[in-house]
Design a protein around this ligand. Structure first.
Ligand SMILES: [Cu+2]
Length: 316
């Protein structure tokens, strides 16, 4: 193993590959059916990439994230030009119950919101160096991974790692949400989106590693922030083609493009969606019971919010 390899694997856990039961039939249709999927051995970041880590990447590369760039009028024909400014989606709790089928009640487009200003102008990350970076698009996550010699996990790799060896369990730690009364993840406790009881002590994101790791030593695989994967969104999980050991995911390396150019993925369009996994601090059983390894959502590659981040993997 070279010095580079050792440096790269600092902060990562070795996750032995194997065949596991991917998916779930107990919750949402997009998680069905359960199928046996095989993944290779892998190194996996022990926690989501933090603001502190992302800051080093930006300082070294000058990377400009998706929310820091104005959306192009070409991509949003007919849009009010005043809305075509840099910004991102920010969550605001409501004061009272609202219909849960209308997410615009609690998400707002906030000009000036980005990873350094998670709630918009005037907010900052000085006291959040160890929180997961948020307001990053899929291109930003991919660029970061390339920069540090890693890649994003596929959906199957992510789910296998998050299960921590507990095949078929509902949560990364077992089947009981609060074993012995202990909160195991940063999720929304209370009636969403107006009553945030935060019995675990956190409103919004939490410092990585605030909750116990799973069986593979991985923290925050449930709750805190959703995490980007390299997998294209499909309504149902399709087992990815088996990768030979050491082979990078086909999606992780946009050919001939530097990791730091503002447009790392010229071929991407606004409509493209990738799978995100793990649920977030905004997931509540009454609304979104997705702080589980099998849970999945399709996120627009440039649809950034304050509850989506990522972690990286490297071949074993
Ligand atoms: Cu959710």
């Amino acid at each position: 193993m070279t010095t580079d390899d050792l440096a790269r694997r600092a902060g990562m856990s070795y996750v032995p590959g194997g065949t596991f039961a991917m998916g779930s039939i107990g919750f949402y249709p997009e998680e069905r059916p359960i199928s046996n999927v095989t993944v290779t051995d892998l190194w996996v970041d022990r926690h989501p990439v933090t603001n502190g880590q992302f800051a080093r990447f930006v300082a070294e590369t000058g990377h400009v994230t998706v929310p820091e760039r104005a959306p192009s009028a070409e991509d949003f024909p007919g849009a009010d030009p005043e809305l075509l400014v840099p910004g991102s989606q920010v969550f605001t709790p409501t004061r009272a119950p609202v219909p849960l089928d209308d997410w615009t009640r609690w998400w707002r487009w906030q000009p000036g919101a980005d990873w350094r200003h998670p709630s918009g102008p005037g907010s900052g990350i000085d006291d959040r160096a160890d929180h997961p970076v948020v307001h990053v698009g899929w291109e930003d996550a991919t660029a970061y991974a390339l920069w540090c010699g890693k890649r994003l996990p596929t959906e199957a790799e992510w789910e296998h790692a998050a299960r921590g060896g507990l095949d078929g369990a509902t949560y990364p730690w077992g089947d009981e949400f609060c074993p012995d009364g202990r909160f195991m993840a940063n999720t929304w406790v209370g009636r969403f989106p107006y009553e945030n009881l935060h019995p675990h002590g956190f409103v919004g994101t939490s410092p990585v590693g605030s909750f116990p790791p799973n069986g593979f030593g991985l923290h925050d695989v449930a709750g805190n922030v959703w995490e980007w994967t390299s997998s294209l969104w499909t309504e149902r999980p399709t087992p990815p083609p088996a990768l030979s050991p050491g082979q990078a995911s086909p999606m992780s390396r946009p050919e001939g493009r530097s990791c730091c150019a503002p447009q790392t993925q010229a071929a991407l369009s606004e409509e493209d969606r990738r799978v995100t996994k793990g649920g977030s601090h905004l997931c509540a059983p009454s609304y979104c019971h997705r702080y589980r390894p099998a849970a999945r959502q399709g996120q627009g590659v440039r649809s950034t919010t304050g509850h989506v981040g990522f972690r990286c993997v490297a071949p074993a």
